[in-house]
Design a protein around this ligand. Structure first.
Ligand code: SAH
Length: 394
């Protein structure tokens, strides 16, 4: 069997079960892609990994056991295991979840999201792409859903030397998308044209938290997408909710979702705007809110942009604090994996100092439990959030 041999001293992360091998750590490797044993410079077995000579993230581990194979059966076994791990969170009040979270479910390069009777998957690496025909069969066999869609339309595939792909594999997508139920709330998910696989499942548990903080409050939901947090706030008894996003199609779905749940549409409005500009307009107009959700898109995909991202986060959170009433609640997030919780907290601290207020942290938030974090793979933790209360000292 052909092998990937590492340079001396480059085996440490693998011994700690971190599943990535960068090209710089490799002494010798086969010319072509494939699944190979990775060995240290003394020829000792470290892992079984699939290899892509075109990528700087050259190999990803699929097994830590010597003698294992990576084939249809191992893929089937892992899909079933991942589904079993999610079973307890699925039910009549919760019909959507991420079933496969890539490395965190020991299936590097694969995302599988379940939306009621529809499955949406993404293949992000060449190693997983080589399993595609088998994977498609297995998804049908294991999940038995009516609709299967492939949304491998992420630019990151370029780094692996692959084109983007979006195809309907099975069934027919209902006009507009599929309905899911999240904590008893009905939400339409556009699995064909929506962002990512259609919905941000990672915020599920945090949307539930916002519901509990919303009673009687005037709520501003910044970067609302299809209104997940807005619906939670309305269900929790908010007296008014404004959803702001740059995407009109997403806001239209948000409006539809309010009607779908028979909630009072006169309490909800949508604004298509750039949040950075709109927040300033609200401040200049002297508006105030009792709860603000701040869930911007990822600002950092390269370490060299961290400073710029921090300025962006500070700007947003500073204005949000200025817009909050006394004892108002700020629910703020960063989904940039490269920005640590510590640094995000420092940014928030700076925003509080500039806004001349105290910030009480009430809750530390993270991604929902269907997006688990592997301790051996810290990259799997990306979503950080805080629920804070603003207090103005006399
Ligand atoms: N909170 C949402 C997910 C937000 S994803 C939920 O719970 O589902 C980030 C959103 O920010 C996307 O909908 C995107 O359209 C929007 N967006 C990105 N940049 C923006 C900007 N400058 N102004 C307004 N919206 C923006």
């Amino acid at each position: 069997m052909q092998k990937i041999m590492l340079k001396a001293g480059k085996e440490k992360s693998l011994r700690n079960r971190h599943p990535w091998v960068f090209s710089g750590a490799i002494q010798h490797a086969p010319k072509d892609s494939g699944t190979f044993e990775v060995r240290d410079h003394k020829n000792q077995f470290l892992a079984l990994a699939y290899f892509n000579p075109q990528s700087s993230l050259a190999a990803r581990v699929v097994s830590w056991k010597a003698g294992e194979t990576w084939d249809r059966e191992s893929l089937r076994h892992r899909l079933i295991a991942a589904l079993e791990r999610r079973q307890s969170l699925l039910g009549p009040d919760q019909t959507a979840a991420r079933i496969v979270a890539s490395e965190a479910d020991l299936l590097p390069g694969l995302i599988v999201d379940l939306y009621s009777n529809a499955l949406v998957f993404q293949i992000l690496t060449q190693g997983m792409e080589s399993m595609r025909p088998v994977l498609v069969e297995l998804l049908d066999e294991v999940f038995r859903v009516d609709i299967i869609v492939e949304r491998s339309d992420e630019a990151i595939r370029k780094k692996e030397g692959m084109e983007e792909r979006k195809t309907l594999i099975k069934g027919t997508i209902p006009e507009g998308g599929v309905e899911i139920i999240e904590h008893g709330i009905r939400l339409l998910v556009d699995i064909w044209d929506g962002h990512k696989t259609g919905f941000y499942l990672d915020q599920r548990s945090n949307r539930r938290m916002v519901q509990d903080y919303s009673k009687g409050r005037r709520v501003l939901n910044c970067f609302s997408y299809t209104g997940g947090f807005s619906l939670a706030a309305l269900k929790g008894g908010a007296r008014e909710v404004i959803s702001v996003d740059e995407s009109r199609p997403a806001l239209n779905i948000a409006e539809g979702n309010v009607a779908r749940n028979c909630l009072d549409s006169s309490l909800h409005s949508t604004v298509q705007a750039d949040v950075f500009k709109y927040l300033r307009e609200l401040r200049d107009a002297g508006e105030t809110f009792d709860l603000i959700v701040m869930d911007p898109p990822k600002f950092v995909s390269d370490r060299k942009h961290i400073d710029r991202a921090c300025r962006g986060y500070k700007d947003l959170n500073l204005i949000a604090l200025q817009l909050l009433s006394e004892n108002g609640i700020l629910v703020t997030f960063s989904c940039s994996g490269l920005l640590s919780r510590d640094l995000f907290q420092k940014v928030l601290f700076g925003a509080g100092v500039d806004a001349q207020c105290e910030i009480q942290v009430l809750e530390h938030l993270s991604q929902s439990d269907d997006h688990p974090v592997l301790l051996t793979f810290p990259e799997s933790l990306y979503l950080k959030g805080f629920i804070c209360r603003k207090i103005t000292t006399p």
